[in-house]
Design a protein around this ligand. Structure first.
Ligand code: HEM
Length: 483
């Protein structure tokens, strides 16, 4: 049946003995990203679907929202390749097998509902003020990478809002955890893409395994400490607010942080708590920082768009120094469209993979047999001209405001279906709060080497694949003080 699918859909690339199409992903992280873009483009060219052989395993590649809707509703299992990510996340909900995922998702869902978003927003507003303060030393001071500032902002926000823990990494530039996680992501991505590294017998002999192991131990131990101290606090002082909790806003409906909720549920052991805490941190920190960083790059490259966002902010605040309120952030509709457009073109998660557990019939009539893999190049779905038009590759935030009716799955940045991103609203609000604060105080400019060029001459942004989408140049910009 699998060969029948291959014959029916086909591929624009030559299949090589043993390695299949994996030669497309050879090289460094930037080459791998180009490989995924080529695989996605092939599916666009072939009308929405193509095939990709990962060694001897066949993946159907889909960039068509109509087919994806059915796939994402019916194929909830993550592909076996994600077992390499499970070394870090264990059975944490993001890569967990469906039977484990289902119960955990049900428990987590209410915490990310609309009611609790306003509480999260208070955290974002508070952390954004620290971010703007920290950026002061870079303003009017030439080109710099904004990456560390933003990961510290998103790490502090995620840990405070979902775990009830004050990390203070913005204050102390304590980013060891994120550096180690970066190493694990990059090595993990390389291993997933290269089937000859899948065997433990081979991999464990390589020097890079020792590096991977050292960094894995560090990040897992870090999360273990957080969970253990939070468990002690919750269990020993059930009625009093703990040191960590003191500054955490509690909602009118008495909602707890995710970690407290799981501890009080009492059916989670320490390992399971660590898995979910870890998922919150890794699912929420780099992804959000990447989304904000690419938006900043776009604002630097498109001064007209930046001016429009600034005018929207000015309409709310004028020249007053008043701190933003939750309602202010909700009113920033143009900024909302700008962030979505930046994350359409540069989705933080460029690819996801699923596995077919039960034979599934697609709207096109194609039958996906059991055990076949599904590769969803989000990058290419978001740029599919059939759904986004001939200017699909152009940054044009107005497309999210002009009332055009579009298939909801055409925008895949946060995925769709029962396993879509749990933190979609969380991430959007966090990005809006941070960007509104930054733009209120600073003008964003491109790095110095671009300032002599007109925007039309800027070279394309170079991207790489480290499980997530990253800028090869590490998000360099300049800031100019507004006052
Ligand atoms: C710009 C920021 C973000 C992007 C682009 C993003 C994107 C994604 C994507 C593509 C998935 C995979 C969905 C799938 O397999 O179909 C996912 C899953 C997930 N995300 Fe996000 N995410 C972001 C931020 C966040 C934040 C802030 C949190 C939590 C605080 C979060 C929590 C999760 C969780 C728990 C899952 C697993 C869902 C499940 O399997 O049920 N994400 N996200």
């Amino acid at each position: 049946n699998i060969m029948k699918v291959y014959k029916e859909i086909g591929s624009g690339f030559k299949k090589m003995p043993l390695v299949g199409h994996t030669y497309l992903l050879l090289g460094n992280d930037e080459d791998r990203m180009k490989g995924f873009q080529m695989i996605g483009n092939d599916a666009i060219k072939r009308g929405g679907m193509s095939c990709y052989w990962h060694g001897n395993r066949l993946f159907v590649v889909s960039v068509d929202p109509v087919e994806l809707d059915v796939i994402l509703k019916n194929c909830l299992e993550k592909d076996d390749l994600m077992k390499f990510s499970r070394i870090l996340t264990g059975n944490g909900s993001i890569f967990a097998p469906v039977n484990i995922w289902h119960r955990r998702r049900k428990l987590l869902n209410p915490h990310f509902g609309t009611k609790n978003q306003n509480n999260f927003m208070k955290t974002f507003i508070k952390q954004s003020a620290v971010l703007v303060d920290n950026l002061r030393k870079e303003a009017d001071n030439g080109t710099f990478s904004v990456w560390d500032y933003l990961t510290a902002y998103t790490l502090d926000s995620v840990c405070e809002a979902t775990l009830g823990v004050q990390m203070n990494s913005q204050a102390h530039s304590n980013l060891e955890f994120l550096r180690s996680f970066d190493v694990c992501s990059s090595l993990g991505a390389a291993r997933i893409c290269q089937p000859w590294l899948h065997s433990d017998i081979i991999y464990h002999r390589l020097q890079r395994y020792k590096t991977y192991q050292k960094n894995t131990e560090y990040v897992l131990d870090f999360v273990k400490q957080i969970v253990q101290s939070k468990r002690r606090q919750v269990e020993n002082e059930p009625d009093s607010k703990t040191q960590c909790d003191k500054q955490i806003p509690t909602s009118d409906n008495g909602m707890k942080t995710v970690l407290e909720l799981l501890i009080l549920n009492k059916t989670f052991n320490d390992v399971e708590l660590q898995e979910e805490a870890f998922v919150m941190i890794i699912a929420g920190t780099d992804t959000s920082a990447i989304g904000i960083s690419f938006t900043l790059l776009m604002l630097a490259r498109y001064p007209d768009v930046q001016e429009k966002v600034y005018q929207e902010i000015q309409e709310l605040f004028g020249d007053s120094e008043r701190p933003p309120e939750v309602e202010d952030i909700h009113r920033l509709l143009y900024l909302d469209a700008v962030i979505k457009e930046a994350m359409r073109l540069y989705p933080p998660a460029p690819v996801i993979i699923r596995k077919v557990e039960r034979e599934t019939k697609l709207p096109s009539g194609l039958i996906l047999p059991r055990d076949i893999g599904i590769l969803i190049p989000i990058w290419s779905v978001n740029r599919n001209p059939k759904y986004w038009g001939d200017d699909a590759d152009v940054f044009r935030p107005e497309r999210f405001l002009d009332g055009t009716k579009r298939h909801p799955t055409a925008f895949m940045t946060f995925s769709q279906g029962p396993r879509a991103c749990l933190g979609f609203k969380f991430a959007m609000n966090s990005a809006k709060a941070a960007l509104a604060s930054i733009l209120r105080h600073y003008r964003i400019k491109p790095p110095s080497e671009l300032t002599s060029m007109s925007p039309g001459q800027y070279p394309p942004i170079r991207v790489k694949f480290a499980l997530m989408t990253r800028d090869v140049d590490n998000f360099r910009i300049q800031l100019e003080s507004r006052s």
